[in-house]
Design a protein. Sequence first.
Length: 189
Amino acid sequence: MNAIVGDEAAQFRVALSSLRDVRLRPEILVEEAPAPQRLAPYAIALSAEVVVDDEDLGSGRLVVLHDPQGQDAWAGTFRIVAFVKANLEPEMAADPMLAEVGWSWLVEALDAHGAGYANISGTVTRVTSESFGGLSDRPLEGQIEIRVSWTPLTPDLGPHERAWADVLGQAAGLMPLPPGVAQLPRPRG
């Protein structure tokens, strides 16, 4: 990330603070990752793994780009680029509506968290593998990949991070937390 100096980075500092204040469910392990350097003057990237009982169920990446001058393609000064990938149960992998369902997870999560957004676009990819011959006893295997970007309407990006984490959890098969139930913070080791 570029050195943050002067007033032009004030909104980016607000965005960073809002991201760092988010507490996610304990199965989703998030850490800062190298951010792309050529797409915007300021950027931060988060990578996540969904881990349950030492089993990796999914992964994701959230990249926040900020250009104080704005970019026409973004229609704003911020852009969020997100990625989610998870293994699927055979029944879910075989569902022909999976792409539409994956997209609805994203839109519903953004709306549920009050994450105002514009210019959303992306893809949902379903990959299935069937085994034959000597491997025919293996069950159908599948994965979902969601690649999406959108323009947040404010530099408060906490709701956007929570929505991304919800989609990652859903794709990885975690049961959603009931409405009104707050996730307790992870103990610091």
